[in-house]
Design a protein around this ligand. Sequence first.
Ligand code: ADP
Ligand code: ADP
Length: 224
Amino acid sequence: MKLQIKGLSKTYKNGVKALDNVDLEIGTGMFGLLGPNGAGKSSLMRTISTLQSPDSGSITFGDIDVLKDQMSLRKVLGYLPQEFGVYPNMSAEKLLNYFAQLKGIASKEDRKKIIKEVLEVTNLWDVRNKSVSGYSGGMKQRFGIAQLLLNNPKLIIVDEPTAGLDPAERHRFLNVLREIGNNHTVIFSTHIVDDVRELCHELAILNGGNILYRGTPKEAEESL
Ligand code: ADP
Ligand code: ADP
């Protein structure tokens, strides 16, 4: 399904113009949103996720009018915010079981099956009995992915997931994203050029709330 953003603008109360008439079209696969700190990446991600409203513009995902029908969007959305989650002292497996119950997956067998799947995809199966509150930053980020995959989302938005991860953790995380990018629309924001180079089939470069470039990583390297 295609995500289509038109004329999106946002100025915060302090006068900062975080998004300046952004147009962007994003199809299936792994899409990178690259930009330095303060570029407007989080503002754009939060707006697509309907956590904040723009001043003007429109967003559609397939036939969902995202800004008018937030409930429909949320049913198909998986969003991993930039901040690390705070988790209770509970094993990954138990916590996922709890979330799956909240999501209304009634059958114990169904929950078992999906939980095994998401723990394997995120490479956390071996540590499923450990407390999530004791996980490292990288493991918590992967747990965040496991949690959002329970929804079977059509659109996945991850905001600077590799910020603050050491190289080994970062690598593990990128491998997980690569796997889910094969069959989902994933929008991945980062300020690390190598993240995008390794992972994304297309990218946009955002700076000062403006899209400076939109294309493949290869073309970007040739033109910049
Ligand atoms: P990025 O994610 O690329 O670092 P942000 O979207 O977080 O960029 O921020 C873009 C600009 O908007 C920055 O100048 C930031 O300080 C400002 N900003 C972000 N959130 C708010 C807010 N809630 N209120 C005021 N200014 C904000
Ligand atoms: P790093 O390896 O850079 O220290 P990680 O957060 O990836 O950071 O891992 C922290 C510790 O947890 C490591 O000792 C690692 O062996 C262990 N660990 C991480 N992920 C897994 C996993 N999927 N299965 C088993 N152990 C893991």
